[in-house]
Design a protein around this ligand. Structure first.
Ligand code: UTP
Length: 299
């Protein structure tokens, strides 16, 4: 049995260029699916996995993320006076009691690997999670990070979340080669960035959930800028797997790439259709829209 992860790092200092102009003022992680921003889904997943320290790596433009997790005294008072207890609970529970949020600044967007390295002083010498909030993972049972944290606690190995993708899509992902794949996990032997379908060693694509041993920090410190001039987390993980076991974990759940327009739309549709109050209305209006727009394939 290895140590249980208690700290989760949320790298949210990217520029979010794919959602401009919205992300000129609203960080990508604050875009909502129904009524909750992406960052809230990620935080809930980390807390469910047992994390009590949430480390947000932000930049100087992302006050909105810190403001969101701060106490909103005036709003709380107003809701209290108006007797709106349900809404009051909602805003009080964005961060449950006993969970602390720590904000670290990444002064320059030097890449995901660099963003993770910025969290080193807070994480220290223990295994930790990294969650990319724009990879939203929906599951009816345990969340993806809890599944991984449980497995990592058993094995003590670092873990990377993977999902099966169609072979013609491998060029959009980091793809892993594995050995001894059993049940949901296997040892990673190599990672290839965005391979052509013919060159891909598998169809297991890396998704934004990691459980990492702290050794990764030293490796990140000596990682040179790679693709796009950025310090890549993938490069440091490649160095880590040369030294110790790093497992790929095929989680249960559906992942939406909310860093893209179509992924955000897909997630909104799925969450609406799964919503206890909105489901019927959402499904009705989707069918109406398809009919009105001349899409006739609905049964
Ligand atoms: P992305 O590749 O999605 O980049 O980063 P981005 O800037 O967020 O979005 P686009 O591509 O311009 O639209 C993957 C994750 O790494 C974080 C991002 O916030 C995102 O969660 N990141 C990336 C940082 O925190 N710092 C960086 O320097 C780069």
């Amino acid at each position: 049995m290895a140590a249980r992860i208690r700290k989760a790092v949320f790298p949210v200092a990217g520029l979010g260029t794919r959602f401009l102009p919205a992300t000129k003022t609203v960080p990508k992680e604050m875009l909502p699916i129904i009524d909750r921003p992406l960052i809230q889904y990620a935080v809930d997943e980390a807390i469910e996995a047992g994390c009590d320290t949430l480390v947000f790596v932000t930049n100087r433009y992302k006050h909105a993320v810190a403001d969101y997790f701060d106490k909103a005294y005036e709003l709380e008072q107003k809701l209290e006076r108006a007797g709106k207890t349900e809404q009051l609970e909602l805003i009080r529970n964005v961060l449950p009691r006993g969970v602390r949020a720590v904000f670290v600044t990444q002064t320059e967007a030097l890449g995901l690997g660099h963003a993770v390295l910025c969290a080193k002083p807070v994480v220290g010498d223990e295994p930790f999670a990294v969650i990319l909030p724009d990879d939203l993972i929906w599951n009816r049972g345990a969340g993806a990070l809890k599944q991984m944290a449980d497995a990592a606690e058993e094995s003590g190995a670092s873990m990377i979340a993977v999902q099966d993708v169609p072979r013609d899509k491998t060029g959009s992902y980091g793809i892993v080669a594995t050995e001894d794949f059993a049940e949901r996990q296997g040892r990673i032997t190599a990672m290839v960035e965005k391979p052509q379908p013919a060159d891909a060693p598998s169809t297991l694509a890396v998704v934004g959930r990691y459980v990492l041993n702290p050794r990764i920090f030293q490796l990140l410190e000596s990682t040179r800028p790679g693709a796009g001039g950025e310090i890549q987390l993938t490069d440091a993980i490649a160095a880590l797997l040369a030294e110790e076991t790093v497992n790929a974990y095929r989680f249960r759940g559906t992942r939406f790439d909310c860093g893209t327009h179509i992924g955000l739309i897909e997630a909104t549709i799925r969450y609406a259709l799964d919503h206890e109050k909105l489901s019927d209305a959402a499904s009705g209006l989707m069918q109406d829209a398809l009919r009105e727009m001349g899409v006739t394939e609905l049964q």
